[in-house]
Write a protein that binds this ligand. Sequence first.
Ligand SMILES: [Zn+2]
Length: 163
Amino acid sequence: MTALDAADRDLLIRELGRPPRGVVGVAYRCDHGVPAVVRTAPRLEDGTPFPTTYYLCCSVLAAAVSRMESEGLMREMTERLEHDEDLARAYRAAHEAYLADRLELGDLGTRVSAGGMPDRVKCLHVLVAHSLGVGRGVNPLGDEAVDRLDEYFRGAKSCARLA
Ligand SMILES: [Zn+2]
């Protein structure tokens, strides 16, 4: 994780259309030069809970993920979780890893993580941000979504890459 500097802050305002909230640092810089995944504090300055520890900020990347969501991949992944024990186990481990990363920054007093984890897929933006933020091998469904994302950029430069 690297620190957010003034130039990053300007980029985030451009990408999000508002100042970023609760940012602790940058977890992934995309090929557009954007701090595309930021780690956020579990609570905003006013105390509002903010459980999404890895937040996707590149607008081009987020649009590609939205297109992917619209094609029913989340339902397909959730069905696979019901039948594939190895996948379900790995996804539960991703949930635990997410909670542990959040706990480093503060305790929300809840076992709810984000994105539908540990047994459903409700938001691919969360899973993609998690995988890009921590690297390959932690969140199997986030990794899979990133690997399948290229075709959804629709002519824009793809910027999601797992090492
Ligand atoms: Zn990008």
